[in-house]
Design a protein around this ligand. Structure first.
Ligand SMILES: [Zn+2]
Length: 306
């Protein structure tokens, strides 16, 4: 692992967190502030101020890793696909670099999550890790040999906006995704997706996923069926990832991943859809929880022994 302290920033829609990782990977300092809502210039200034505080605790840091929603378009150099829409259409990473005065490396927040878990989390020791974030949205990141893959188009691991594999007539008729591509995985697999699915199929409207899971555990048939459909859909969707990438581990993060027994049940849900005579890929819950974003961002500047 790198011996110099590293600085990471997790630029989220509601909060911005900055941390210094000491040589061993432990968080030596951190600070968290609210994200200035809808204000691009204030967002840049807030990140720069946090990094200014971090630098005094991280002498010799080679640069600043920044985890952000969306990605930098390799075609225009401008930011895109961020749910914090004030970032879109702006040269986010260039502006951050100018404001901070150190080299900046950016990566999508799901890539940072996957990197954090691959370096010293639930995917430690695995060559290829697929990180899945199941929360208000549905994201993914691919890490190979402790390097987050960006991809030719900057979309590696963008798993949430693919069609649901082997969709039945009911699933094909579900209202489309905000991205305009029809009913994407996010429509079915995110927390709000399960909430909507429960309401569509005989459950009460407006019941969040954790309550649906509680009702399922208490024997509510509509809730039980919604959770079973969710696990089956996750199985189909992750089988595609396994057929393409065949990762050594799948790591789950995000609020919805805390649903009891989810990780334990997924291998049996993936297996029948994989083009293989067996399935031994472990599916694990993330180790670093909330901290994975900022940790993974810091690791963007790490150099690892081969
Ligand atoms: Zn979509």
């Amino acid at each position: 692992m790198s011996r110099a302290p590293l600085i990471g920033v997790d630029l989220g829609g509601t909060k911005i967190e900055c941390a210094v990782l000491a040589a061993g990977g432990e968080v030596a300092w951190r600070s968290r502030v609210a994200t200035p809502q809808g204000n691009y210039e204030a967002t840049i200034a807030t990140v720069a101020e946090l990094v200014r505080q971090a630098r005094s605790r991280a002498p010799g840091a080679p640069g600043v890793g920044v985890g952000h929603p969306g990605s930098r378009s390799p075609f225009t150099g401008l930011h895109r696909n961020a749910n914090s829409t004030c970032l879109n259409g702006r040269p986010l990473l260039a502006d951050l670099e100018r404001a901070i005065g150190l080299p900046v490396r950016g990566a999508n927040d799901a890539n940072c999550f996957a990197l954090s878990e691959a370096v010293d989390g639930a995917g430690a020791g695995c060559r290829t890790v697929f990180g899945v974030i199941l929360g208000t949205g549905c994201g993914g990141g691919v890490v190979v040999n402790r390097m987050a893959l960006e991809g030719a188009n900057g979309i590696a691991g963008e798993w949430g906006h693919m069609p649901l594999p082997r969709a039945d007539a009911f699933e094909r008729a579900v209202p489309g995704c905000w991205c305009g591509r029809g009913p994407c995985l996010e429509v079915f697999l995110s927390g709000p997706g399960v909430q909507a699915d429960y309401a569509r199929r005989g459950g009460e409207a407006g019941v969040a996923l954790d309550e649906v899971a509680r009702r399922a555990a208490a024997g509510d048939p509509a809730a039980l069926a919604a959770i079973e459909r969710w696990i089956d859909r996750l199985g189909r969707a992750l089988a595609v990832v396994c057929d393409v990438l065949d990762p050594d581990a799948i790591v789950l993060g995000g609020g919805a991943s805390n649903t009891p027994c989810l990780a334990e049940r997924l291998p049996a849900a993936i297996a029948p859809h994989c083009f293989s005579d067996g399935f031994r890929t472990p599916v694990r819950r993330a180790v670093h929880g909330d901290s994975s974003g900022v940790r993974g961002a810091a690791w963007l500047f790490a150099t690892f022994a081969a």
